[in-house]
Design a protein around this ligand. Structure first.
Ligand SMILES: Nc1ncnc2c1ncn2[C@@H]1O[C@H](COP(=O)(O)O)[C@@H](OP(=O)(O)O)[C@H]1O
Ligand SMILES: [Mg+2]
Length: 274
């Protein structure tokens, strides 16, 4: 079992302070995410879809190698937490716990969808966490949609949609909490791969909320949450507590990202499931 990480009320650290990011770090995050995405698009064309396992493994590894070599070259004093990192750059690393700057990276989020021909719901996540500030510079590439979202751009909250709200959920692991929110809001569920693609669907206005529970890690949500918070969207744990990054255990199993006006009713509906 994993306990919920300390909330900001305990650590005093906000989830994100995007206004404190340097322009160079945001540009670097976006360059990295876009570059890894281009590599992944080419790799899909070269390897093809006949052996999904081989495509997934090659994608994870090559994107990770590209991203970690670029961080080592351009930001040699920074620490890294990557889903695919080994030793100090992976989940067992401890240098990051004393570091002031940590790049939290998911080289290929939505690996399953990446290996399915025609799907565009997969992403590359690059976030910078800074001590005392939380997430600062972040970028999320959606390479098959040819777009990279970043913390220095504004993705404004649109007027509420006409008709039913739309709630993005995992294609393979939709949580009961999302059903409860959908029932309370009279919403429909929209299955989609990749945490990054789902959060970016929220900030693009394609859906109104993303509800996840039951398991995830810091790299799955850090960059998407950084981008969402920078534009004024709601992003918390599903009990309303602040998301906290660079914890000793990177397990961060749930989150709610949504239009700010839906946060109250969504959190209330989730509370009712306990
Ligand atoms: N119950 C769970 N335990 C661990 N990771 C989970 C999870 N549910 C979702 N995830 C991770 O969250 C990301 C988005 O999942 P989904 O597409 O189902 O919404 C995926 O990342 P990866 O593709 O990087 O592995 C997936 O592995
Ligand atoms: Mg992931």
């Amino acid at each position: 079992m994993h306990d919920a990480p300390d909330s900001a009320s305990v650590t005093g650290v906000p989830t994100a302070t995007p206004e404190a990011a340097s322009a160079a770090d945001v540009a670097f995050a976006a360059e990295l995410a876009t570059g890894a995405g281009e590599l992944l698009v080419k790799l899909r064309a070269v390897i093809g879809f006949a052996d999904p396992k081989a495509l997934k493994a090659a994608g994870d590894q090559q994107a990770n190698d590209f991203l970690l070599s670029r961080v080592a070259a351009e930001r040699p004093n920074d620490a890294v937490l990557s889903e695919e990192g080994k030793g100090e750059t992976g989940r067992i690393g401890t240098e990051r716990l004393g570091a002031d700057r940590v790049w939290i990276i998911d080289p290929l989020d939505g690996t399953r969808e990446y290996s399915e021909e025609g799907r565009d719901d997969w992403a590359v996540h690059v976030a910078l966490w800074q001590r005392g500030l939380g997430l600062t510079a972040s970028a999320v590439a959606l390479p098959a949609q040819d777009v990279t979202l970043r913390t220095d751009k504004v993705y404004a909250v649109p007027a509420p949609r006409e008709g039913k709200p739309r709630i993005a959920v995992s294609r393979t692991r939709p949580p009961a909490e999302a059903e409860a929110v959908a029932a309370a809001l009279g919403a429909e569920l929209v299955p989609m791969g990749s945490a990054g693609a789902k959060v970016m669907a929220v900030v693009a206005g394609t859906v109104d909320a993303y509800v996840h529970a039951g398991g995830q890690f810091e790299w799955d949500s850090a960059a998407p949450v950084g981008v969402a918070l920078a534009s004024g969207w709601h992003a918390t744990r599903i009990d309303g507590a602040p998301l906290q990054y660079n914890n000793p255990d990177p397990y961060l199993p749930d989150l709610l990202v949504c239009r700010p006006d839906l946060a109250g009713p969504a959190l209330e509906a989730i509370r009712g499931t306990n």
